[in-house]
Write a protein that binds this ligand. Structure first.
Ligand code: 6R9
Length: 659
C-alpha cells in the first residue's frame, strides 16, 4: 500500500534526481570498491589507500576499509580547511545563557586544539591511549575530542548525565588512564556539578586513572571567542591528589598551538562509545579512523544537502553518536559551520530552539522526535513568534517519528517548504543508513524511506529468509558492510560477533523491526529486542534490572517499555522484594534515587510496580510479553495464561497496574 507522498520543491546540489540516485545506488552495490574508492578521495590522506573494502560478515567478522591508507581525522577536520577558511566560523557555540555565545573560526579551532593536544602529550598521553571525556556542551568538548584524534589517542565520551558509577564502569572497561572533565555543567539556568561525579568515580578507579584534567567554566566564556581566563583559584576545589589533578588552563597556557598530527592507519581506532545492549553491561562500540570519517562526511553532505557557508545545528549531546558524527566529525570534515548548544530546549522558555534558529540564522536543523513532541505540547505560538526563514532542511533522529509530530514539524517549523530528513541509524552504524535524500524523492511522514549508497537492507522472517513481498514486517538486517560500520566491541570481539551476527548468520542484524511498502519505502517499527528507547536514549532492560537487583531490599525486577506521548517509550518497572520488606512510597523514592545513582537520571522509572511475584513459565522464565501487555494496558492482548507456573499473579498485576 502506498501512502500520499509529500513533494518538496528544490534541487539537491549533488544528486540531480531520483534516476541519478538509482544509478549511483546500483553502482554502490554492484561495484562497492570503485564507488567508495572514489568517495574516499574527499579526505586528505597522508599516504593513499590501494584497497577499499575488506569486510566479512562470516568467519572472523573482520571489517576493514581503506586499510593501507594513512590519515589524521583532526587534520581533515581543521588543517586542510585553513588555506580557504581560516577566518570562517567552524563552531558557533551558544551558551545556556541567551546572552553568551562564541564564534570559533577554523584558525581559532586549530590553535585551541593544538594547544590541548600538546598539553595532553606533555602529560604522557600517547597514540592508542584511551581518554575519557566527561564534559558538558562547551567548546572544549570539541577541542578535547579533536586533540585526542590529533595525537592518535582514543577518546571515549561519556554523556554528562551518566552517574559516577556509570562513569567508573566505562573507565574500567577501557582502562582509561586519563579523564577530561569540567567543574560544572550549566543547563536550564542550573549548575550541575560534574567534577563531584568524577571524584566519586575515582574512588574505585584510582589504580587506573593517572591524570584528571578539569576545565573551570565559571565566567570564562565571552562573546569574542576568548575562552579561558586563568583567574580561577582551583586549589580549593581539588581533592587531595594534586599530582593527579591539573586545571585545563594551566595545562594549555604555555603550549604551542602547533602540534604535528599523528599519522594514523585507516583502521586505527578513533573512538569508543558505550551503548546499551540487550544483555550485560554497555558495550564499547569501536570506530576506526578512515572509513568512519569518510562515511560521516559523505552522509552529512548528501543527506543534509549541506552547502558551503550554511549553518548546521544538530541538537544532540556530544555524549551520543549523533553528537560525534553530525555535530563534530561530519560537519568539520566538510568545512562546515556547526552549532553547539549548551542548554535545554525549554530554557528560558519553550521558544529557545526557535529563538536560536532566528538569532544565528540556522539553515539546517537536526533534532529528535522527543524534543519535537515536547515542544509541540507547549503550543506552536513559541515557534510562530520567531523568524525561521533561514531554515532550509530539517532532520529527525533517534526513534521513530510519529505522523503527528512529523506534521507539526513540517507545518510550524518547516513552513511546509523544508524537507524532513528522517534518518535511521545507530551507534554501531557510525552514520545514516536509511533516510530520504532531500528534494530527490517525495516523502511519507513516518517513513525513513530508502537506503543510502552502499547500504543493502533486508527484512528477515523468523527463519532468516529474506522477505520480498511488500507490507510484511521483518527484522531489519544488512547484507554488506559500509565504511562507517563499527569494527568490534572494545576488548571483546566475540561479543561483537554474538550480538550482531549470530541471530542471522551472514547478516548484520540491527535489532530493529521494519516494514517495506510497494515503493520500497521503509518504515522502522522499533526495537524487536530488549532494548528500550526512552526519549531517544537507548537503554537495555537487562542493564536496568541488574542495577535495581543490586539494591539490598530488591529480590528481582522486570523492566519493560510502554507507549509514552512525549518520550516515545516510558519505563515501567515491576519489582519483587525480599521477605520481610514491605512496599511503600518511601521505598519507591529510595529505588528511584538508587537507579539515578547507578545509571543516571535518564533511567528514572515512570512507573514502579511492587508485586509479590513475576509471571513465569514452568521452566522459570519471566513472561515479559505479559508484563509488556499489562504496562501497555492491552489487557485483551494478554491471551492465554494457563500454561504459566503461577497464572493467578496475572490477575493481581492487572488489578494493581500503575495507570
Ligand atoms: C543514531 C542513534 C539506535 C536506535 C535504532 C532505532 C532507533 C534511531 C531512528 C530510530 C526510527 C529513526 N532509531 N533513529 N528509529 N527512526 N529515524 O539514535 O543511535 O542511540 O545507537 O540508537 O534508535 O531503534 O536501533 P543509537
Amino acid at each position: 500500500m502506498s501512502d500520499d507522498k509529500i513533494h518538496f520543491n528544490g534541487s539537491h546540489h549533488l544528486i540531480h534526481d531520483f534516476k541519478h540516485y538509482q544509478t549511483l545506488y546500483q553502482q554502490s552495490i554492484d561495484t562497492p570498491d570503485a564507488f567508495w574508492g572514489e568517495v574516499g578521495q574527499r579526505l586528505d590522506w597522508f599516504s593513499p589507500y590501494t584497497t577499499v573494502a575488506n569486510a566479512h560478515f562470516k568467519d572472523n567478522h573482520e571489517i576493514k576499509w581503506y586499510e593501507d591508507g594513512t590519515l589524521n581525522a583532526c587534520y581533515n577536520c581543521i588543517d586542510r580547511h585553513l588555506p580557504d577558511k581560516a577566518n570562517d566560523t567552524a563552531i558557533t557555540w551558544q551558551g545556556d545563557n541567551p546572552d553568551t555565545y562564541q564564534r570559533i573560526t577554523y584558525q581559532a579551532l586549530y590553535n585551541a586544539v593544538g594547544k590541548f593536544a600538546n598539553g595532553l602529550k606533555s602529560l604522557g598521553v600517547k597514540k592508542g591511549d584511551r581518554v575519557i571525556i566527561y564534559l558538558p556542551m562547551i567548546p572544549e568538548a570539541a577541542y578535547a575530542m579533536l586533540a585526542c584524534a590529533r595525537i592518535g589517542a582514543v577518546h571515549s565520551v561519556v554523556f554528562g548525565g551518566f552517574s559516577a558509577e556509570s562513569l567508573a564502569s566505562r573507565i574500567k572497561d577501557c582502562q582509561a588512564a586519563y579523564v577530561i572533565t569540567a567543574d560544572f555543567s550549566t543547563r536550564g539556568g542550573k549548575r550541575i556539578p560534574l567534577k563531584n561525579n568524577v571524584n566519586k568515580a575515582l574512588e574505585s578507579t584510582s589504580d587506573i586513572v593517572k591524570r584528571v584534567i578539569t576545565i573551570y567554566t565559571d565566567g570564562d566564556n565571552d562573546n569574542n571567542g576568548n575562552s579561558g581566563s586563568n583567574s580561577h583559584d582551583y586549589s580549593e576545589d581539588i581533592p587531595a591528589n594534586t599530582e593527579r589533578e591539573i586545571a585545563y588552563h594551566t595545562l594549555i597556557n604555555a603550549q604551542s598551538p602547533d602540534c604535528e598530527p599523528a599519522v594514523m592507519n585507516a583502521e586505527d581506532p578513533l573512538f569508543i562509545l558505550y551503548t546499551s545492549g540487550s544483555t550485560g553491561t554497555p558495550k564499547g562500540v569501536l570506530h576506526t579512523t578512515g572509513g568512519y570519517l569518510v562515511y560521516a562526511a559523505y552522509t552529512h553532505e548528501v543527506l543534509f544537502d549541506y552547502r558551503p557557508g550554511e549553518l548546521f545545528w544538530c541538537t544532540a549531546d556530544v555524549g551520543w553518536i549523533t553528537g560525534h558524527t553530525y555535530m563534530i566529525y561530519g560537519p568539520l570534515a566538510n568545512g562546515a559551520n556547526t552549532l553547539l548548544y549548551e542548554g535545554i530546549p525549554t530554557y528560558p522558555t519553550p521558544a529557545r530552539f526557535w529563538q536560536i534558529c532566528e538569532q544565528h540564522r540556522v539553515n539546517i536543523f537536526y533534532t529528535a522526535p522527543t524534543a519535537i513532541r515536547s515542544l509541540m505540547t507547549e503550543g506552536e505560538q513559541y515557534a510562530t513568534g520567531h523568524n525561521l526563514s533561514s531554515l532550509r532542511i530539517l532532520g529527525s533522529v533517534g526513534e521513530p517519528i510519529n505522523v503527528e509530530a512529523w506534521q507539526w514539524y513540517h507545518q510550524h517549523i518547516g513552513n511546509k517548504t523544508c524537507p524532513i530528513v528522517d534518518t535511521w541509524w545507530q551507534t554501531e552504524t557510525g552514520g545514516h543508513m536509511i533516510a530520504p535524500i532531500p528534494y530527490v524523492w517525495d516523502q511519507v511522514p513516518g517513513k525513513a524511506t530508502l537506503p543510502f549508497f552502499g547500504v543493502k537492507p533486508v527484512l528477515l522472517d523468523e527463519k532468516g529468509q529474506e522477505i520480498t513481498a511488500p507490507d510484511h514486517e521483518g527484522s531489519l538486517a544488512f547484507k554488506h558492510s559500509w565504511p562507517g560500520q563499527m569494527r568490534t566491541v572494545y576488548g571483546d570481539h566475540q561479543r561483537f560477533i554474538d550480538t550482531y551476527f549470530q541471530t542471522f548468520p551472514g547478516y548484520y542484524f540491527s535489532g530493529d523491526g521494519a516494514i517495506r511498502d510497494a515503493d520500497g519505502y521503509i518504515r522502522i517499527t522499533g526495537r524487536v529486542d530488549d532494548i528500550l528507547n526512552i526519549s531517544g536514549h537507548r537503554m537495555g532492560t537487562a542493564e536496568l534490572e541488574d542495577a535495581f537487583n543490586l539494591h539490598p531490599k530488591v529480590a528481582e525486577t522486570a523492566v519493560v517499555g510502554y507507549p509514552h506521548d512525549i518520550k516515545g517509550q516510558g519505563l515501567y518497572v515491576y519489582a519483587t522484594l525480599f521477605k520481610g520488606e514491605t512496599p511503600s512510597d518511601e521505598l519507591k523514592k529510595e529505588l528511584v534515587a538508587w537507579i539515578r545513582e547507578k545509571i543516571g537520571p535518564i533511567a528514572t522509572p515512570d512507573k514502579l510496580h511492587f508485586t509479590p511475584e513475576l509471571p513465569r513459565t514452568r521452566s522459570g522464565k519471566i513472561m515479559r510479553r505479559i508484563l509488556r501487555k499489562i504496562a501497555e494496558n492491552d489487557i485483551d492482548g494478554i491471551g492465554d495464561v494457563s500454561t504459566l507456573a503461577n497464572p493467578a499473579i496475572v490477575e493481581t498485576l492487572i488489578k494493581t497496574r500503575i495507570a
